[in-house]
Every structure is written in structure tokens, then in C-alpha cells.
Design a protein around this ligand. Structure first.
Ligand SMILES: Cc1cc2nc3c(=O)[nH]c(=O)nc-3n(C[C@H](O)[C@H](O)[C@H](O)COP(=O)(O)OP(=O)(O)OC[C@H]3O[C@@H](n4cnc5c(N)ncnc54)[C@H](O)[C@@H]3O)c2cc1C
Length: 377
């Protein structure tokens, strides 16, 4: 219904690439994080610009091309690498492309599409995550520059990025009109990576804390009109949540299929464990939840693809898909028993990785607050 022959061809192309050039290294990259060179390969194959126009080096595809990439990365169990690719293609570059000038697109989006640049998006701060309006990173205007001071935390690809799209506050008095999005390039004096953080899952990605101290950023790096940063960020967050939903439910499907197969082959008391009604019903519940949420995610993605702005449905998709991914991973561990708890079986990692979905890109509680507002509550 949503995927054409071209999407299916793209799917096979991505699947083949991941199987030959990525999956053999996943174990090693869980330990050491992935090498930057893999972004170059994604870029060479066109996977970092699926939705961007050909004149910028993109493939000119629709939103479902991005969904295909996200689904295939989830299907291949990419975890942290998949998250870093999503940050590049669906979070950091889209605002620069949508709100940036021609020169800015050429300077930052084109190299990111080629995989020559790795991009990060820096919103969260030690004292402000869900409460985006509470950020305190300040960009003070000084002639042709902004002087940026502040700290960002939990930034995916923060350590390795060539540039970060940084959310700053310029004028406390102007409320939501006081925010700006700035591209800050690595190497700009005053931009430091203060540490990388150890975390529960998504081990192949780096998650960094960034410090900006009297960091002089040219006014030419301002993305969008001055004072529109908050509004433009709200648009970016819709794309971030949509792709998070697509990836999460595809990840759940992968774990469901794996668990079905396991349960049909694992013997206990003289029969496959899938024959115990309690396990059979658990599997049915897993598959049923995935099917329902998957349909809703596709329906919402189709709205987003048409240029609609379905904030309620995107928030509902993100909320449901990430919750189902966690529930399915947890059920999978139960069905696999002790094997499910072991590192060498994929459900243990899926369980750890899935947990992030209910926190990042807006937590469950924030999704519910947004949905409540759309009901007038
Ligand atoms: C691995 C990882 C990667 C990340 N990558 C990035 C990145 O690349 N860029 C980036 O900017 N950020 C990133 N983040 C940050 C992420 O988006 C935030 O962690 C998330 O938005 C939550 O913010 P917080 O951690 O400050 O929690 P808090 O905002 O402190 O929330 C704590 C708890 O309070 C609840 N809460 C807060 N406000 C309300 C409310 N109004 N009503 C009800 N409950 C509420 C929350 O739901 C949560 O349960 C990443 C985080 C992780 C863990």
C-alpha cells in the first residue's frame, strides 16, 4: 500500500550493503564504536540523501525511502550506528535544508549527504531536556558573530561530528522568539567535547557532552530567520519522532520474528515451547500489537510525506511504537529464558537499545502532554 517497486529495490540494495559491509563488524563496533569511514560508504551509496533533490547529491525519493532505510537498519540490528545515521539524515540536516540559505545547504548539507561530514543535533543540556524552553546556552550578538556560552549533554555523534546544529537562546525577554539555531563547526575556538558518556545501550554510537566557552560563531551560521529557532526546532522534532517510530516498530518486528523461530525450535517437556498456550498467546499478543501500531505508523508517515503536520498522530505513533518495542523485547527475553539474558543472543541488546526510544526525542510523558493538548486537555 505504501511501498512501490522502487522502494522494494532500494530495500534490497540497503539490505545487501548492510549484510556485507556492516553486520560483520557490529560486534567490534559495539566495543569500540563505528569508524567514521562507514558514513562515507553510506554516502557513496546514496543512503544519506535518499530524500534530498539530485542537485544536492540526493536521490530525490519520498518519505517512505527514509522509512525503508530506517526499517532496514533496525532489521539488521544496527542499534547505535542506525541512530547516528538517523540523526544525520532525519534530525541535523533537515532544518539546515528547509530553513537554510543556498550557501548553507551547499556548505553543510551536501557534504553530509556524501558522508564526508558527520552531523549532530544539540538541544539537550544538563539542566534542560524535556523542557526545551528551559535551555540556557546563550548566543550573544557581537557584530558579525554570536558569542556562544553553554553546555550540551547526551549528544549523539557529538564527539565525532564535523558540525552540530546547536539550539541557543539569544534574548531571554522574547520568550519563544528568543531562540536561534546555529551551525557550529568542530574546530571553532571555544567548542570542546568535554567527555563521552557510557550508557545502557546503543553502544556503537558516541554520546558526548559539549562545552561552548566564548565560542565565536559567524552570523552566517544562523539557520533560518533570527528568532525563529524555537518554531523551526518544533518542526524538526516532528521528523525526529516520526523516524523514531518507524525504526522502533521495525525493530520490534525483527525481535518478534526471531522469538517465533526460537519458540518453535526450543523443546521443553517433549514439545516446542511455542505449543504451550501461555507462550503461544504471548507471541500472538506481540504480533498483534506490532501489526496494529505498524499500520498506524505507516498511515501517519503517509500524512507527513504529503506535507501535512499531524502532531497528534506523530506523537501517538512515537509513544506507541517505542512502548511496543520495549514490551516485545521484554517478552522475547522471557520466552528465550536464560538464553535471552545472554549477550550472544540478540534480544538482550535489543532490550537495552529499545529502552532509549521511550526517553529520547521526547519522553512518553512529553508525548502524552502533547497529545493531551491536541484534545484540548
Ligand atoms: C543515548 C541518548 C542519546 C541522545 N541523543 C541526543 C541528541 O543527539 N541530541 C539531543 O539534543 N539530545 C539527545 N538526547 C537527550 C534526550 O532527548 C533527553 O534525554 C530527553 O529529551 C529527556 O530529557 P532529560 O534526559 O533531561 O530528562 P528530563 O527532562 O529531566 O525528564 C526526566 C523525567 O521527567 C519527566 N518529565 C519531564 N517533564 C515532564 C512533564 N511536563 N510532565 C510529565 N513528566 C515530565 C520525563 O518524561 C522523564 O521521565 C539523548 C539521550 C540519550 C539517552
Amino acid at each position: 500500500m505504501y511501498f512501490t517497486d522502487a522502494h522494494e529495490e532500494l530495500r534490497l540494495h540497503i539490505r545487501k550493503f548492510l549484510a556485507s559491509e556492516v553486520q560483520p563488524h557490529l560486534e567490534e563496533w559495539e566495543e569500540k564504536t563505528f569508524p567514521d569511514s562507514i558514513f562515507k560508504r553510506f554516502g557513496e551509496l546514496g543512503f544519506l540523501g535518499l530524500r534530498y533533490p539530485p542537485e544536492y547529491g540526493g536521490q530525490g525519493g519520498d518519505y517512505f525511502s527514509a522509512v525503508v532505510l530506517s526499517e532496514e537498519m533496525a532489521r539488521a540490528g544496527l542499534g547505535g550506528l542506525g541512530m547516528a545515521v538517523d540523526v544525520q539524515t532525519e534530525m541535523a540536516t533537515p532544518p539546515v535544508f528547509k530553513f537554510g540559505t543556498e550557501e548553507q545547504k551547499r556548505k553543510w548539507v551536501v557534504p553530509a549527504i556524501r558522508g564526508e561530514h558527520i552531523a549532530a543535533l544539540a538541544i539537550t543540556e544538563p539542566d534542560a531536556g524535556s523542557d526545551v524552553a528551559g535551555i540556557t546556552t546563550v548566543a550573544r550578538r557581537d557584530g558579525d558573530h554570536f558569542i556562544v556560552n553553554g553546555r550540551k549533554i547526551f549528544i549523539t555523534s557529538g564527539a565525532r561530528c564535523h558540525w552540530a546544529l546547536v539550539v541557543t537562546k539569544t534574548d531571554r525577554e522574547r520568550g519563544h522568539k528568543g531562540y536561534n539555531l546555529l551551525v557550529i563547526e568542530k574546530g571553532t575556538p571555544g567548542f570542546q567535547v568535554t567527555r563521552t558518556l557510557k550508557k545502557l545501550g546503543m553502544h556503537s554510537s558516541d554520546t558526548a557532552e559539549l562545552l561552548f566557552e566564548e565560542c565565536r560563531v559567524p552570523v552566517a551560521n544562523l539557520i533560518g530567520d533570527e528568532g525563529d529557532g524555537f518554531k523551526n526546532l518544533m518542526w524538526e522534532l516532528q521528523g525526529e519522532r516520526m523516524i523514531a517510530a518507524a525504526g522502533a516498530i521495525a525493530g520490534a518486528q525483527r525481535i518478534f520474528e526471531y522469538t517465533m523461530d526460537y519458540a518453535q525450535n526450543r523443546q521443553a517437556f517433549g514439545q516446542p515451547i511455542s505449543q504451550f498456550q501461555v507462550i503461544k498467546h504471548r507471541l500472538v499478543d506481540m504480533g498483534t500489537k506490532i501489526a496494529a501500531v505498524q499500520a498506524f505508523v505507516y498511515q501517519t508517515a503517509a500524512q507527513w510525506d504529503k506535507g501535512e503536520y499531524p502532531v497528534r498522530e506523530i506523537s501517538q505513533s512515537k509513544l506507541l511504537a517505542t512502548q511496543v518495542a520495549c514490551e516485545v523485547a521484554d517478552d522475547a527475553i522471557q520466552i528465550l529464558g536464560g538464553h535471552g539474558y545472554m549477550h550472544e543472543f540478540p534480544v538482550e541488546r535489543a532490550w537495552r537499545n529499545a529502552r532509549l526510544g521511550r526517553i529520547g526525542a521526547g519522553s512518553d510523558e512529553i508525548m502524552k502532554e502533547i497529545i493531551a493538548k491536541t484534545y484540548g486537555l
